[in-house]
Design a protein. Sequence first.
Length: 93
Amino acid sequence: MLRVKRLMQRLRVLAYQTASQLKYCSPLGALLVELRHSQGLKGAGEKTVQKLEAIGALTFPVLARMTDEQFVAAGISRKIGNRIRAYLRRRIR
């Protein structure tokens, strides 16, 4: 019985994670979901994804190379930009 409960809990978590990723419907959706879970990143959401897509930053390596000025020019704060880059540097290694 305990094993079944654990499996059901895991299934529920996976369902919520999938729903979160589908919510953004973007190649960057998974990135923002992971950022929010790992760092509790507030301020990074659908608008951030739209802004990054608008400038053509759709891959992790491109985002990791962006400068503060590029993030600000896209309408994203330096703080959010720094957190995105730091997270991506850890992931790309």
